[in-house]
Design a protein around this ligand. Structure first.
Ligand code: FE2
Length: 386
């Protein structure tokens, strides 16, 4: 059904035959957060996650209404943006949602065509194709709304040699914590409202030409108390993967409902970032104050050899060490994967990060869903939101 190609840079890649080629995507360009205090958020992402100072735009660079810090770790670019005045859509966004992801920017060959093709297919425009220029050339950007107030910005940078975007200058800092080994974005998950998952699956199929290549229903994703449903969407070359979750009925309130209540709309739930050495990465993250969900019970780790079966022979990580760090393990036909989830990185229980190391497995840790959600429920119970 699908033909595989290899591209080490982006980890797993597949060519999905059902996918449409009217919107060729080269990869994720950047992820922009709207936050209450970008200066302090930037310090957190440098200190805790090992991001490097990269570019800056603000009053000093001629930006009048906002400040943006760009941070980079290997292929991942985060942009942290704060409004400078109260009368601002950025400020309104933060007031409603708290800190969160506003823009999932996608790198394209032709941002004008990307906008034309997607709006023609029903996307609501966020930004018409716009040329931005400086001495390093020109960038064309355009944008469309996806779920909630989240947007996709298309970035065409083939005629640009500058660091990031026109209007940004190099950000040099005397404070440069070392990276922790985060390499690229593996996938980004959206939470949508009750009964809306299939609407957004269809939107990604019709408007973006994506295909649905994995689905999980509430029979597969549930604990004693709560449930959710999820479908994984991918673009044609497999570089962009967006699972979409919706809550499902359970005895108590699911984590998706909790997210929707506190984000006050659909939005990005988690960003999964890849590492080549999850043990070293997680050790460093923990030492720098990143908080992770608690480990599943001992029985979970005792069952790993049986769960991994034939893949156990290729596993070189020490299970006792994985247990100590609360790293989860899952396997599919093609290999295994290691993953761990942070607690929310803001005061509202909304966005969190996943750290993932793929050792051949192409799934999303379905075998861990129960252990993971029970861990989330322990946190929800503390918050009184279960
Ligand atoms: Fe994930």
């Amino acid at each position: 059904m699908s033909k595989e190609i290899k591209n080490v840079e982006y980890g797993l890649e597949k060519i999905f035959e059902g996918a449409q080629d009217f919107l060729p995507l080269l990869g994720t360009d950047y992820v922009e957060f709207y936050v209450g205090n970008a200066k302090q958020s930037a310090h957190f992402y440098k200190t805790a996650f090992g991001f490097q100072s990269y570019a800056y735009a603000g009053l000093e660079t001629g930006m009048k209404d906002r400040v943006s810090y760009v941070l980079k770790e290997d292929k991942i670019k985060l942009v942290l943006t704060t409004a400078l005045k109260s009368d601002s859509p950025i400020g309104e966004h933060v007031k409603k949602h708290g800190d969160g992801v506003k823009v999932v920017a996608l790198w394209v060959e032709d941002a004008t065509k990307a906008w034309e093709e997607t709006t023609k297919r029903g996307a609501k425009s966020f930004m018409e194709p716009t040329i931005e220029e400086d001495e390093n050339g020109q960038v064309v950007r355009s944008g469309i709304y996806t779920y909630g107030e989240t947007v996709h910005v298309f970035v065409e940078r083939k005629n640009y040699d500058g660091l990031f975007l026109p209007g940004f200058q190099k950000w040099e800092s005397d404070y440069n914590p070392t990276p922790v080994g985060l390499k690229f974005i593996d996938h980004m998950v959206g939470n949508v409202g009750w009964g809306e998952m299939n609407t957004w699956v269809k939107w990604y199929e019709d408007v973006m030409g994506f295909v649905n290549f994995l689905s999980f229903d509430d029979k597969q994703i549930h604990t004693e108390y709560s449930a959710l449903m999820s479908k994984v969407m991918s673009n044609g070359n497999g570089r962009i993967k967006f699972p979409i979750n919706e809550p499902a009925e359970g005895k108590k309130r699911s984590q998706i409902e909790e997210y929707l209540d506190f984000y006050e709309s659909p939005g990005v739930q988690h960003i999964a970032v890849a590492t080549d050495d999850i043990i070293e990465t997680v050790k460093q993250l923990r030492a720098r104050g990143v908080e992770f969900l608690s480990a599943p019970p001992k029985a979970y780790y005792e069952a790993i050899p049986a769960r991994l079966g034939e893949h156990m022979s290729m596993m070189h990580e020490d299970i006792a060490e994985l247990e100590k760090l609360a790293i989860l393990v899952d396997a599919d036909e093609e290999g295994y994967l290691l993953q761990i989830f942070t607690k929310p990185v803001e005061d509202r229980p909304t966005l969190f990060f996943e750290i993932i190391q793929r050792m051949g497995a192409k799934g999303f840790g379905a075998g861990n869903f129960k252990a993971l959600f029970e861990s989330i429920e322990r946190e929800q119970a503390k918050r009184g939101t279960l």
